[in-house]
Design a protein around this ligand. Sequence first.
Ligand code: HSE
Length: 437
Amino acid sequence: MNPVRIGILGLGTVGTGTLTVLERNAEEISRRTGCPIVVRKAAVKHLSKSRAPIVDRIELTDNPWQVVESADIDIVVELIGGEQPAYDYVAGALQNGKHVVTANKELIAVRGNELFEFAQRQSLVIGFEAAVGGGISIIKAIREGLAGNRIQSLVGIINGTSNYILTGMKEMQASFDEILKQAQEKGYAEADPAFDVEGVDAVHKISILASIAFGIPLQSIENIYRGGIGEITYEDICYAEELGYRIKPLAIAKHAEQGIEVRVHPSLVPHQRLLAKVDGVMNAVLVTGDAVGRTLYYGAGAGSEPTASAVVADLVDVVRASKTEPDGRVPPLAFRPGPASSCPMLPMSKVVSANYLRMHAINQAGVLADVTKILGNHEISIESIIQKSSGVHEDMVPVVIVTQETQEENIAAAVEQIEDLNTVVGRIIRIRINELS
Ligand code: HSE
């Protein structure tokens, strides 16, 4: 049995994990594929950097093209992340007749449409399970396990770093920055942590999942609504608890009658729901299909070996697929090329949700009346109000209002008007509520 020869681009957290898993589980893996998988070469940025002993057995280069163009490599594993230069290397690998496995969600979300088309023309395969949900195999579950369903919705926690930060703030009453630093030290965060906390990473991932679930092309990232967790304070976490909710960084894709919604933002989730109990770096995706009903996929969404688990699973899949006629392979985005779903994308302004609003108001008669009048003028009903003495500045009080469901355009206009009141100080924090019902 000739071994399948792998070249890796990038030996960071995931690359080193991939070497470790391939070596430790070599026997089981080759019983699954029918042949050994061996890493022949790896490209790294700094040859002189000290590395785990497992790397000593691999030939290293600081020139990625020596991997991409090597005649001794069958599959290129791209683990450098980002759109460029990763795109050039992946396109180069395909041009050189090599299958590709990547953990790069940005690359797939932004350039996937063209890369898949190119790979298909070359009868090559691109595996990207590690791009979403680390080790939980959410892509395979939707693409293959639920292939008999009309998928209705996906609601997930798919950025481990944001979840880790919100969980840490709650449990340790620590600051946002302290917990972010911990996430970076553990290798969960993106090179630019703004990608995690501002929702960019989750937008890339939900775009990929929505495409696989609904049979639509990968959407332009700019068209997906994105809200980050940067404005959420410990105060909000406590108010949410008092109201019976946890704040979770959700990514949502829904196929509703009026259109397809794809969005990323923090949400209040009832504390008894399973998603509310997904803490730390863990990821989970609740997928609802017409036949299966609700299904939940849970596991480590980032980290060395959990992500390597998905990379290696893709290697196994690619080895199997390479022995199959191209027409018999699983389409990368679940649907065979052809007419996409005709359902339009729903603009964010038409999305409906209940809302949590927190503001600081001057403690004087009539202030709440002004605020509730504005909400009423926009046909927004109030579910509950909390107003407490601040204990510090007696002339100012924090006010929390929970609204009933309303369209985004109504609540956005109302919030703007309330912020303009002389009796409301500073910006209003608005967090959408998702009852997950
Ligand atoms: N930064 C990502 C996260 C890593 O925190 O989820 C996994 O994609």
